[in-house]
Write a protein that binds this ligand. Structure first.
Ligand code: ATP
Length: 311
C-alpha cells in the first residue's frame, strides 16, 4: 500500500472555519499535486453545504479516490453526514485541521504538522480506521466528535462571539461561562441504568477524548470499540479545579466525577427546563428535557496515524 499515487483527490474546504485561509488551501493543493494526478478544491458556500458536496462526490459518476475535509469539527461532521450513508463508495476520508478547536484532528493525528498527515493520507501510509459514530434521538442527528450539556454547551454558545483565534477561544468562553453558570438538576443513564443523579456541571458523551482541543474529557475513549464513553461532573470538585485536571485527564479521579461506557446514553434535565446541549461544536436549539445518544459502531471510515498514542 505504501507509495501509491492517487488519481483524483477532492478537497472540501470551509473558508469560514477558524483557520482555513486561501494561502493554506494553496499549500494543500501543492502537496496534493505532488502525489495525485488531479486535484479539485471545492469551498463551502453555506452551512450544510459540505454534506451536499460530500454526498455528490462520493455517490457521483466519478468518485475521487481520496476525499479531504478541511475545516473544523463542524465541517467534518457535515462531510461525514454526507458520506456515512454512502459507505459502499469506500472513498477514503482524510481530515486536516482548518477550524478553531480541531479536536478530531488531534484525536486522529496527535496534532502532527498537517503536511505529514496529508502526505501519509495521499501515499497510503495512513491507517484506515472504522470509527464509531452516534445518533441523538429524538432529533436524529449524527454525532462525530461528541455531545455535551451544561457548562460546555453554555461555553460553545458564547464562543461564537469571542474575537480570539484558535483553541484559546474556547478557553475564554469556558472562563466566561463559569462566572454565571449554575449546575442543573440532572440524571444520566447508561444502557438503562442510572449512573448519575443530582447537580450536574457538565455531561459529555463521545467520541473524541478531547473537547475544545485541549481538554481530555474522555481519557479512556477508544473510537472504534463499539462503545460510547460518558463523563459527568457534579460540583463536589470546584469546576475551575476540575477543568485544570482535565487538561491531563486526571479529573476522572476527582470527587464528583462519574465515568462510564455503554451503547446508549440518556441525558435528562429534571427541573422542567430545556436541556441545553451542543455536539461537534454546534449548539442545538431544542425544548427537549431528555435526549438519548446511541452508538453507531464502526460507521465512519477515516484515515489516521499509525503512531497515535491512544484512543
Ligand atoms: N460559506 C459558509 N458561510 C458561513 N458558514 C459556513 C460556510 N461553510 C460552512 N459554514 C459553517 O461554518 C461552521 C463552522 O465550521 P467549523 O466548525 O468547521 O469551524 P470552527 O468552528 O472554526 O472549528 P471547530 O469546530 O474545530 O472549533 C459550520 O457549522 C458550517 O456549517
Amino acid at each position: 500500500m505504501q507509495g501509491i499515487r492517487r488519481q483524483h483527490v477532492v478537497v472540501i474546504a470551509n473558508p469560514r472555519a477558524g483557520s482555513t485561509t486561501a494561502e493554506y488551501l494553496d499549500a494543500v493543493r501543492g502537496v496534493c499535486e505532488d502525489h495525485a494526478d488531479d486535484v479539485t478544491i471545492v469551498r463551502t458556500g453555506y452551512p450544510g453545504h459540505a454534506t451536499e458536496l460530500a454526498k455528490d462526490w462520493v455517490c457521483g459518476p466519478t468518485p475521487p479516490d481520496l476525499l479531504v475535509s478541511i475545516g473544523g469539527d463542524g465541517t467534518l461532521r457535515e462531510v461525514v453526514a454526507g458520506t456515512a450513508d454512502a459507505r459502499a463508495s469506500r472513498t477514503p476520508l482524510a481530515v486536516l485541521p482548518g477550524g478553531t478547536a480541531n479536536s478530531n484532528y488531534r484525536s486522529l493525528w496527535d496534532d502532527v504538522p498537517w503536511q505529514k498527515a496529508l502526505v501519509a493520507s495521499l501515499t497510503g501510509e495512513a491507517e484506515t480506521r472504522q470509527l464509531d459514530l452516534a445518533r441523538v434521538s429524538p432529533l436524529s442527528r449524527l454525532v462525530v466528535l461528541g455531545l455535551s450539556t451544561g457548562l460546555f454547551a453554555e461555553a460553545t454558545a458564547r464562543a461564537t462571539v469571542i474575537p480570539v483565534a484558535g483553541r484559546p477561544r474556547y478557553q475564554r468562553a469556558i472562563a466566561e461561562a463559569l462566572e454565571t453558570y449554575q449546575p442543573y438538576e440532572g440524571r444520566v443513564l447508561v444502557d438503562g441504568v442510572v449512573v448519575h443523579s443530582g447537580k450536574t456541571v457538565v455531561a459529555n458523551v463521545g467520541g473524541s477524548r478531547y473537547r475544545a482541543g485541549v481538554l481530555e474529557m474522555l481519557p479512556h475513549s477508544v473510537r472504534d470499540d463499539g462503545l460510547l464513553d460518558v463523563c459527568v461532573l457534579d460540583p463536589s470538585t470546584p469546576p475551575q479545579e476540575a477543568l485544570r485536571l482535565m487538561r491531563t485527564g486526571r479529573h476522572v479521579q476527582a470527587a464528583g466525577t462519574t465515568y462510564a461506557q455503554g451503547r446508549s446514553i440518556t441525558l435528562e434535565r429534571l427541573d422542567g427546563m430545556p436541556l441545553h446541549f451542543e455536539h461537534d461544536g454546534e449548539v442545538v436549539p431544542s425544548d427537549l428535557t431528555s435526549i438519548t445518544v446511541d452508538v453507531l459502531p464502526h460507521a465512519m471510515s477515516v484515515l489516521a496515524s499509525h503512531d497515535r498514542t491512544r484512543g
